[in-house]
Design a protein around this ligand. Structure first.
Ligand SMILES: Cc1cc2nc3c(=O)[nH]c(=O)nc-3n(C[C@H](O)[C@H](O)[C@H](O)COP(=O)(O)OP(=O)(O)OC[C@H]3O[C@@H](n4cnc5c(N)ncnc54)[C@H](O)[C@@H]3O)c2cc1C
Length: 455
């Protein structure tokens, strides 16, 4: 590792295309990591995972980034308990490639929680306390972290868990990289009957239908729905509900660590237009045919990571990129989701893959964890500048009025007031922010004040 690296402009997050200058450190050992501290000297610092957060969360313009991707060793696995210890830069793809190989009886070790892409690091998953399609049964990623080791900005290494240094643990899980650099963690993997899934898809015509299907799905490991956000007014609320569960006696090959098909360059203009979104959504709504139902046994890879099939799919949005929006509103505010969908449909700005899911009531361990019991909606918007920001601001107001919150991993524009309303534990969290850490997101929402941010 070069100890005083040059400034670089090529670090970006998944959605927004704004390039920012960083001094980037890429340690591959603990001693490299320690050496970053005196070298970064007067700069604020931020750990960087694999840049799969959509907005400004993994960026720290004008400061240092500690790119953790070379801290990528699997350290120990205990087959009696399923406990896996690894460095924080290991990706979920790497864990699955090794651990999900079927045993002789067909059973397989699975990650207890995985987001919709496997190209994320363990550190990034802890720092956003990510959730998956099985939130109703397993809660968030942080619930399955037995312990973690953190390097604080003064060079001290602290190990914490739900029982030791538990306050620091609660601040670091969902702590957005602001409590220090997670160096390693021990995760509890889960033994599944098999790595293949029995999958069912079923159409619904309104949000009430989606809720009925969700509450009938308690015997299923994974649930989520695609929702047609380009539907004409009278069809708003229609979608396809999908549920999946591990089945015995069949297994799926572990997913590769990388993708084979990729969008090689960013096209000069977005390929995601109003017309293509409408056409895609109309076609997708009919994909199950007149019976409106389909059953299959398939790979967990296609079900859990549909977007991973195409590398750099974010380039389809062209040089202006796109903005993601994910909110959660408390149980009983289904009407708000309907209003939000109407607003999106009327704006003509929605995307192809809008996802609706019920969050269960298993408590999240982090002070700033996003999930709460209720309904979560996620979708992208091609970045058209002011009209897109105006729409996002209207949606944000709806969420705040309903007592909900917006997901930092997906956000690029929520106001400090919206953040404060959604995350009341932020006042406690602030005590644990490491004075050397900062990020564009933390400065924007007022977690770190401008005077604290360096340079
Ligand atoms: C296609 C797609 C689907 C997704 N689906 C979901 C989903 O279903 N559920 C969900 O919850 N999220 C989802 N996400 C978001 C993604 O899971 C999170 O943004 C995740 O945190 C990204 O991990 P990363 O390793 O890329 O971290 P980055 O995006 O690089 O960083 C994320 C945060 O983690 C911090 N961080 C990274 N490494 C460390 C470390 N070693 N120590 C301390 N802090 C660290 C960074 O400072 C930053 O604050 C999805 C993203 C994509 C692109």
């Amino acid at each position: 590792m070069v100890m005083t690296p040059a400034w670089r402009k090529d670090y970006e997050s998944w959605g927004a295309k704004a390039s920012a200058e960083h001094r980037v450190y890429r340690p591959s050992s603990i001693s490299d990591l320690r050496a970053c501290l005196p070298s970064a000297n007067n700069l604020s610092m931020l750990p960087f995972g694999n840049g799969r957060s959509y907005g400004d969360l993994p960026l720290n313009p004008g400061g240092a980034l500690i790119d953790c991707r070379d801290l990528d060793r699997l350290i120990a696995f205990d087959p009696a308990t399923g406990d896996l210890t690894c460095e924080a830069g290991v990706t979920l793809a790497e864990i699955m490639a090794v651990m999900s190989r079927p045993a002789r009886d067909g059973s397989a070790w699975m990650l207890p929680v995985t987001p919709g892409t496997r190209f994320v690091t363990v550190g990034g998953c802890i720092a956003n306390d990510v959730h998956g399609k099985n939130h109703h049964s397993t809660g968030t990623f942080g619930r399955h972290v037995k312990s973690l080791t953190l390097m604080r900005g003064d060079g001290e290494f602290v190990t914490c868990s739900p029982t030791d240094n538990s306050d620091l643990f609660a601040a670091t899980v969902g702590g957005l990289g602001l409590t220090g650099v997670i160096v390693r963690a021990t995760l509890s993997l889960q033994r599944a009957l098999g790595s293949a899934l029995e999958i069912e898809h079923e159409t619904f015509d309104e949000i009430a239908g989606f809720l009925r299907l969700s509450s009938d799905a308690s015997a299923w490991d994974y649930t989520a729905a695609w929702i047609d956000c380009a539907a004409p007014r009278r069809l708003i609320g229609r979608g396809i509900f999908s549920r999946g569960r591990h089945v015995a006696g069949s297994s799926a090959a572990p997913p590769p660590r990388d993708v084979s098909l990729s969008i090689p360059v960013t096209p000069p203009a977005s390929l995601v237009t109003q017309a293509s979104v409408r056409a895609f959504n109309a076609l997708y709504a009919r994909k199950l045919g007149p019976r409106g139902r389909r059953r299959e046994v398939g790979s967990y890879r296609a079900f859990l990571y549909p977007l991973d099939a195409i590398g750099h799919w974010n380039r389809l949005y062209g040089p202006a990129g796109f903005r993601q929006f994910q909110c959660v509103v408390p149980q009983g505010s289904e009407d708000v989701i309907e209003i939000i969908l109407r607003e999106i449909s009327a704006s003509g700005q929605g995307s192809m893959l809008a996802v609706l899911k019920v969050f269960g009531d298993l408590p999240s361990p982090g002070l700033l964890s996003f999930p709460m019991p209720g309904l979560t909606l996620a979708l992208d918007f091609p970045n058209r500048g002011a009209p897109t920001l105006a729409l996002l601001s209207r949606l944000e107001q709806r969420v705040v009025r309903a007592g909900g919150r917006i997901y930092p991993a997906k956000d690029s524009c929520m106001t400090p007031a919206t953040f404060a309303a959604g995350y009341p534990a932020a006042s406690i969290f602030r005590r644990w922010i490491d004075p050397r850490m900062s990020s564009a997101f933390a400065r924007r929402v007022g977690l770190v004040t401008n005077s604290e941010a360096r340079p």
